[in-house]
Design a protein around this ligand. Sequence first.
Ligand SMILES: C[S@@+](CC[C@H](N)C(=O)[O-])C[C@H]1O[C@@H](n2cnc3c(N)ncnc32)[C@H](O)[C@@H]1O
Length: 280
Amino acid sequence: MTHIDDPVALETLEIDLFVEAMKRRYGYDFSGYSRASLTRRVRALVTQFGTGTVTALTDRLLHAPEQLKSAISGLSVPVSEFFRDPPVFQALRQSVLPLLASYPRINIWQAGCAHGEEVYSLAILLAEAGLSSRAHIYATDISTQALARAREGIFPLQDAPDAARRYLDSGGTRSFSDYYHARYDLLKLDERLIANVTFAEHNLVTDTVFCEAHLILCRNVLIYFDNALQDRVLGMFADSLVRGGFLCLGTRENLQFSRARERFQCLDADTQIYRLRSGG
Ligand SMILES: C[S@@+](CC[C@H](N)C(=O)[O-])C[C@H]1O[C@@H](n2cnc3c(N)ncnc32)[C@H](O)[C@@H]1O
C-alpha cells in the first residue's frame, strides 16, 4: 500500500479533488489552469472561507451552492487598470480603429473584462474616434461578481491620477476627468460610455464562440491557462473573428502554443496585436 506523508503532496491531492468536485458538481473546469497560481488562489479561498483545509473548502462548496459565486470570484483574479499598457491603447487608436471605421457595425469582444477598467478605456477610445454609435462591446467574464462591479462603473478615486497619466500616454487629448464624476473617495464613470456594452457571463474553458467579432481583446487571461487550454481558446478566437479581424493579447502572452498561429499575422510583437489573415 502506498500512502502520502508529504504535506505538499497531500495538498496537491486535495486540490485535485477540489478541481474534480467543481467540475462534476457545477461544470466549472479549472483543470487547464496553471497549477502554481491556482494553488495560490485555492489557499486564499481557504482563508476567505475560514475552512482550514482544502478538503473542508471542497465539502463546503459541494453542499452550499449559494457560496459558489463568491468562490468563483475568489478563484478569478480581477486585477486590472484603466489604459493598462498605454502603448497598446495607442496602437488600437492609431492602427486598429481607423481600419475598423470602414465597417457599418463594429463588434468588439472583450473576454475576461474583470471589473471593467478595460471596457471603459476602450469605450473612451471609441468615443474619441467617433465610433461609439456603430460599435458594440460584448464584455464577458467567468465571474458574475466581477461583471456586476464592471456594470456599476465605480472605482476608488485614488486610481484617478495614474489612470489620467496612462490615458494621456495612450494618446488621449482631453482630460480623463471628463469621463467620470467624483464623489467622496469614489469615482463613477459616465454611464453613456456603456450604452453599447453588453456584459455577459462566458466561460472561455467550456463555452463556445460568443459573437462574430471585428476585434477581440483578451488580455492577461491566457497567462493563467496551460498550453492546451491556450490552444483551445485561441482557436475559438480565430473562429469568432471576421476575416481581417484583430486580436489583442496581454503583453506577456502570445500565439506560441496555438495551432491557430498560422492563421494570424502579427502586427506588433510589443503590443501583441494580431490580424486574422484573409484565408484564416
Ligand atoms: C487579470 S484579469 C484581466 C483583466 C483585463 N483583461 C486586464 O488585462 O486588465 C483576468 C480575468 O479573467 C477572468 N477569467 C479567468 N478565467 C476565465 C474563464 N475561464 N473565462 C472567462 N474569464 C476568465 C477572471 O475572472 C478575471 O476577471
